[in-house]
Design a protein around this ligand. Structure first.
Ligand code: C5P
Length: 289
């Protein structure tokens, strides 16, 4: 039996560069892992893939689940034997939140099965399988901080910044990623925001990093869910250094100068039906626990 934890992510910069012939969007985005985790347990069994979900209503445990897809792909293409696996997911990262939870679980499944069966699968093969599962899965194979290009699946690791205090604020209702991309309200840019951001990232203060946050999907999410813009303004008023939509939303993340400030800001949003989590940036991805 093997247990792993796998983090959520935020995107301090997300640039939409254009629409591709395959229907996806060409992106330049920065991924950053945060210390808020799902946990997965793997146990060998005779054949097939079983999944049990704990801690989150409304998440199907059937073939539509990205964990099941990842496990079947690994067994078929990497293990190439009749062995099976029973997986238990302890879900904490909310669904359809812009925090990459489903992608993180898929990457954890690929890493977990490689550890469980102790098969020599190349990193190239791991990345090839990850890209088949979704645009964000490659990032979670190693986590930390990375630049994503292409549809987000081409990963270049970056050095860590100073540890940042992060407040995640998620309204109860999720937001569909395709709906955000297809709203016609995304802002297209040329890649210069990522370059500007890179200059402050590894040596800048939390305040200078916060001043260069950018997400081209934010106008689209604010158009679909106007209350998000209102929550962003309130987070700024309460003392956040910067606030941004995470991925395609609806989670907003705020950066705070230090832990006490982060907890103070979070406390202002208690009892409003929002999910509020105080966490920190981390330099890891999927890990055995
Ligand atoms: O790759 P993934 O399955 O995570 O993407 C989900 C949806 O998000 C896609 O079907 C597409 O509508 C949108 N998307 C996009 N461009 C990207 C990534 C995702 O249009 N680079």
């Amino acid at each position: 039996m093997l247990t792993v934890q796998t983090p959520a992510k935020i995107n301090p910069v997300l640039e939409v560069l254009g629409k591709r012939p395959d229907g996806y969007h060409e992106l330049a985005l920065v991924f950053q892992a945060v210390g808020f985790y799902d946990q997965l347990t793997f146990e060998k069994k005779a054949a097939g893939v079983g999944l049990r979900v704990e801690g989150q209503a409304g998440l199907a445990a059937d073939d539509s689940n990205l964990i099941v897809k990842a496990a079947k792909l690994f067994l078929r293409e990497a293990l190439k034997s009749a062995d099976g696996v029973q997986i238990t997911l302890h879900k904490k990262i909310p669904l359809a939140a812009g925090l990459g939870g489903g992608s993180s679980d898929a990457a954890a499944t690929l890493r977990g099965l490689r550890w469980l069966f102790e098969v020599p699968v190349s990193e190239e093969k791991m990345h090839q399988m990850a890209a088949q599962l979704g645009s964000d899965v490659n990032f979670f194979l190693n986590g930390g901080t990375a630049l994503g290009t292409g549809r987000g699946e081409i990963i270049t690791p970056w050095k860590a910044s100073v540890p940042l205090w992060v407040i995640l604020v998620k309204p109860s209702e999720g937001l569909s990623t395709p709906a955000v991309y297809q709203s016609g309200k995304a802002l297209m840019t040329t890649g210069d925001k990522v370059l500007e951001f890179q200059k402050v990232w590894s040596e800048g203060s939390p305040a200078s990093i916060a001043s260069r946050l950018f997400n081209g999907l934010e106008p689209a999410a604010f158009y679909l869910r106007p209350e998000l813009e209102f929550i962003k303004k309130r987070l700024m008023t309460e003392g956040a250094l910067g606030v941004l939509l995470s991925g395609s939303g609806p989670t907003l993340f705020a950066l705070a100068a230090h832990e006490m400030e982060a907890k103070k800001i979070a406390s202002e949003f208690e009892g409003e039906g929002l999910e509020v989590v105080v966490t920190q940036t981390v330099s890891t991805g999927v890990q055995k626990v």
